[in-house]
Design a protein around this ligand. Structure first.
Ligand code: COA
Ligand code: ZN
Length: 302
């Protein structure tokens, strides 16, 4: 029997790098992207079309889009906060765009200087454009469980927003625990509700590992039927506008968890170790997956 497939979307070149003290040139970010491709990853968030004043680390996004390797089966995504970002991203050749929405007004203000409702209106306009232009849209519900400013968020806020985004034509909705405050029980419950209502096909999850619950949350969402996860190579990550957010769950750890559970991810450990080593070399701040030492020993023994 063929193993069931789970997609890992590596957001290291975006979420992972946006908050680093060391700013990387596009050429080095492209090296990281290539290392991820070499490890077998085929879904990568490669850039953000945001104000370079707001996020200096993401400057040069158009240069990255222009220099991506031609690879038909790869899905390269660019993040945008607003219509200007959508226009810049698609002009630079992006065919898959992630749009950020918010489960609290406070986060919407901090991140994009909009209200939640304004962000939803802008997204509606972007979704309409994207449909006409054949661009794929992944909508993120950020701070879905807890906001660093407003505290706990009622599950109905995120599930309601997710439902409206799917109804409005988003190709995918990603539930994001931006600051790593969710626990596995609430993840399991929310994702089970969403899967029951909308099916798992157009849903994904994005976890940060701030409190060491990242992998447990991946497991919980997986148990509820989710088959696509964001992760960052080397446990890079953290949002500059969400105090307390630390790295994403590590790609190495998510890949190992899923493989041990019998899923097919298409990635291989030696390539991931090389990509994680490159992330560390470039940033000086990629601690690596929690399974790093174990993987290293397996590799040396082989
Ligand atoms: N890309 C590049 N520049 C952008 C932009 C975009 N998507 N959106 C706005 N700008 C520029 C404007 O041209 C303007 O430039 P100027 O000062 O040289 O004239 C400046 O940003 C402010 O524009 P304005 O429309 O007033 O934006 P704002 O101040 O209301 O909003 C954001 C600021 C949202 C653009 C900015 O905070 C941002 O890019 N945030 C990114 C947040 C982020 O990446 N978060 C992490 C990922 S979740
Ligand atoms: Zn994130």
């Amino acid at each position: 029997m063929m193993a069931e497939r789970v997609i890992i979307n590596d957001v290291g070149p975006r979420d992972g790098l946006q908050n680093q003290a060391r700013l990387l040139e596009p050429v080095d970010r492209l090296r990281l992207i290539q290392a991820l491709l070499d490890a077998g990853l085929r879904h990568i968030e490669v850039a953000a079309f945001v104000s370079p004043k707001a996020v200096p680390a993401m400057a040069g996004a158009a240069e990255i889009m222009a220099s991506l390797p031609a690879m038909k089966e790869a899905c390269f995504t660019a993040l945008v906060p607003n219509m200007k970002g959508y226009e810049l991203a698609t002009a630079a050749g992006a065919r898959s765009v992630s749009m950020v929405l918010y489960a609290s007004d406070e986060m919407a203000q901090a991140n994009a200087r909009m209200t939640m409702a304004e962000a939803e209106t802008v997204t509606g306009a972007i979704l309409q454009r994207a449909r006409e232009e054949g661009v794929r849209i992944s909508a993120y519900v950020s701070v879905a469980f807890e906001c660093p400013f407003a505290g706990e968020v009622a599950p109905a806020v995120a599930t309601g927003l997710a439902g409206r985004l799917l109804a409005a034509g988003a190709d995918e909705v990603t539930i994001a625990d931006t600051i790593g405050a969710a626990n596995p029980l609430e993840v399991r419950a929310m994702m089970a509700d969403l899967v029951q209502e909308h099916g798992a096909e157009r849903l994904a999850c994005h976890f940060h590992d701030t409190r060491a619950m990242g992998l447990a949350n991946v497991f919980a969402a997986c148990e509820s039927g989710i088959r696509k996860f964001d992760a960052s190579i080397g446990r890079l990550g953290g949002c500059p506008f969400a105090p307390g957010a630390s790295g994403n769950v590590a790609t190495e750890d998510v890949a190992m968890l899923l493989q041990q559970m019998g899923f097919e991810t298409g990635v291989e450990a030696a390539g991931l170790m090389r990509a994680a080593a490159l992330a560390q070399e470039l940033t000086g701040n990629a601690p690596g997956g929690r399974a790093k030492a174990w993987l290293q020993r397996q590799h040396e023994a082989a």
